[in-house]
Design a protein around this ligand. Structure first.
Ligand code: PLP
Length: 379
């Protein structure tokens, strides 16, 4: 089945009770029980399970090609649940430029539980290998990374971990499993912030976790119930609706990103363009082996700090905002947004300069986006 057909048919899309062609919002916290302890009653309390949320989790299984999927109130709820699989004495390796929330969780919260953390440049297999210790129990990847779109070789890192009892986790928010399937490449747990491309309309916060491992699923399911960070019913319903067009939206957004990345390469007021499928990207070969295209997110550096204000004043279409993955193009400024909590020196070390911008391409007409960028860069 092709992906667009899957997104419309390969999970419960019809309400079994009424035939409604959209699974209704079962907006209830509890379910009336005809008798005590009836094992045939599917739902008892929404934190334990709800038909709208269950339909969405089945849709996630289809999307991720996974046996099990769980949904959460945000990407960070999904991430923190997975990180709590670690125990006192364990060690985790993460990318140095890991998403800010994950960075704060692993540096401010995990050490309280006796868990140690190493950050490495995950485009270097040597650095990952050197960071592994007998206590290492999790390697956490994000590829391409934020905001410099660095690439990690997922398959090779999974091979490193093999036989060492190390759980492999990938935050796949940037590519989505439509274009990159970490589970098929050897990862144990895939995470996505559904706030971004999966819902796609900048109107929901949510997260998902998918795995093929039953024991991991059982544990995460127990965590989901007890940490209580479940996705709300309304947000599950909105995501079911948003997901139906994921394939079409992504196709257009990626085509826009590809044209814009190539256009920016020719602009005199742009110093550098970061986009993982460009030939100039140092790891484009690895990226193109493990992903279907360059994705819908690119970053670029303006030629000087002096032109930033004029550029932003002139640019009309992309909204200037935190986040990515909406139908509208979103321009972010990592130094003052996602990476604001780092010191100047940490930002410099990571290559997050003041002139760096990240563009999440939406589904506007390419010509309009290109014309808007061209006039904004004509300074
Ligand atoms: C790569 C990545 N992972 C996780 C998150 C967190 O997602 P949420 O904001 O839904 O908690 C984000 C948010 O920007 C992100 O960019």
């Amino acid at each position: 089945m092709g992906i667009n057909t899957k997104l419309l048919h390969d999970y419960p899309v019809i309400d079994p009770h009424t035939g409604a062609s959209s699974i209704p919002k079962y907006q209830t916290s509890t379910f009336s029980q005809a008798k005590l302890s009836d094992p045939t009653q599917a739902f008892t309390y929404t934190r334990f399970g709800n038909p709208t949320i269950q339909a969405l989790e089945k849709a996630f299984c289809s999307l991720e090609d996974a046996t099990y999927a769980l949904s959460y109130a945000s990407g960070m709820a999904a991430i923190s649940n997975v990180l709590m699989l670690l125990k006192s004495g364990d060690h985790i390796i993460l990318p140095i430029e890991v998403y800010g929330g994950t960075c704060q969780f692993t540096t401010a919260i995990l050490p309280q539980y006796g868990i140690t953390v190493s950050f490495v440049d995950m485009s270097s297999i040597d650095q990952i290998r050197a960071a592994i210790t007998p206590a290492t129990k999790m390697i956490y990847m994000e590829t391409p990374s934020n905001p410099l779109l660095k690439v990690t070789d997922i398959k090779t890192v999974c091979q490193l971990a093999k036989g060492n009892d190390i759980l492999m986790v990938a935050d796949n928010t940037f590519m989505t499993s439509l274009y990159q399937q970490p589970l098929a490449l050897g990862v144990d747990i895939v995470i996505e912030s559904i706030t971004k491309f999966i819902n796609g309309h900048s109107d929901v916060l949510g997260g998902l976790v998918a795995t093929n491992d039953e024991a991991l699923y059982e544990k995460l399911h127990m965590f989901q119930k007890n940490f209580g960070g479940i996705l709300g019913v309304e947000d599950a319903w909105l995501t079911l609706r948003g997901m139906k067009t994921l394939g079409l939206r992504m196709e257009k957004s990626v085509a826009n990103a590809d044209s814009i990345a190539n256009f920016l390469l020719t602009e005199k007021n742009v110093k550098t363009v970061y986009y993982p499928s460009l030939k100039s990207h140092p790891d484009s070969i690895i990226h193109n082996q493990q992903a279907k295209n360059g994705g819908a997110v690119l970053s670029f550096e303006l030629a000087s700090e002096e032109i930033i204000d004029v550029f932003l004043e002139k640019l009309k279409l992309p909204i200037l905002a935190v986040s990515l993955g909406g139908v509208e193009s979103i321009l972010s400024h990592p130094a003052t947004m996602s990476h604001a909590c780092l010191t100047d020196e940490e930002r410099r070390e990571q290559g997050v300069t003041n002139t760096l911008f990240r563009l999440s391409c939406g589904i506007e007409d390419s010509e309009d986006l290109l014309a808007d960028l061209a006039q904004a860069l004509a300074i």
